[in-house]
Write a protein that binds this ligand. Structure first.
Ligand code: FE2
Ligand code: FE2
Length: 196
């Protein structure tokens, strides 16, 4: 079951053609998943957190493989912008991996989750402001679409909604450590970019 997204017929088309629109929508999905984890308890919180971990791991890894390499050379100062973003991503991924070891009922879980949320939000804002605006200006239409295609391929690995009945299959497929998911994301993205 894929997520229904019907209000604007143009939305998906924009995302197919424009890697920036797609990544900004994922930033929104990530915010929503943080909300879900905070609002839920017990098994529901566990499930929402699992989806958050997957989306974050896939999102950040795909950015590292697709948009950062472009940004590095794509505009003046890109090298430094990417260096700063990578440092933020590294910190967020470390917190994420540590959180992933905890049970969601653990008393230290929530404070750490809220810290992660703040870091991730700040990072997303910095990307949008210092990286994505320049990417949109400097990439041509084909480049934006090619990058969007690779990000979409990665996104298919990280469903953001609960999938009744699919959970056990997803478990077999992908509930290993965060690092394993990142490795698989890299492979998927490289294949989608024709480097596989
Ligand atoms: Fe990022
Ligand atoms: Fe991002």
């Amino acid at each position: 079951m894929s997520e229904l997204r019907t209000p604007h017929a143009g939305d998906d088309m924009a995302e197919d053609d424009d890697v920036v629109a797609l990544l900004m929508r994922q930033h929104g999905d990530i915010r929503n998943l943080f909300d879900e984890v905070e609002a839920a308890t017990g098994e529901e919180r566990r499930d929402a957190f699992r989806r958050l971990v997957r989306l974050l791991a896939v999102h950040e890894t795909a950015e590292e493989e697709v948009v950062h390499p472009f940004a590095r050379k794509g505009f003046p100062g890109g090298e430094q912008v990417v260096k700063d973003r990578l440092a933020e991503e590294k910190a967020a991924k470390e917190t994420l991996a540590a959180l992933d070891e905890l049970d969601t009922d653990d008393p230290t879980f929530m404070p750490q989750l809220l810290k992660l949320r703040r870091d991730v939000q700040e990072h997303a804002r910095a990307e949008e402001r210092y990286e994505f605006t320049h990417i949109r200006r400097s990439a041509d239409v084909t480049g934006l679409a090619a990058m969007a295609k690779a990000i979409k391929a990665a996104e298919a690995m990280a469903p953001t909604r609960p999938h009744p009945g699919v959970e056990s299959g997803a478990k077999n497929m992908a509930l290993g450590p965060v690092a394993a998911l990142m490795d698989r994301t890299k492979d998927t993205v490289r294949k989608a970019m024709g480097k596989g």
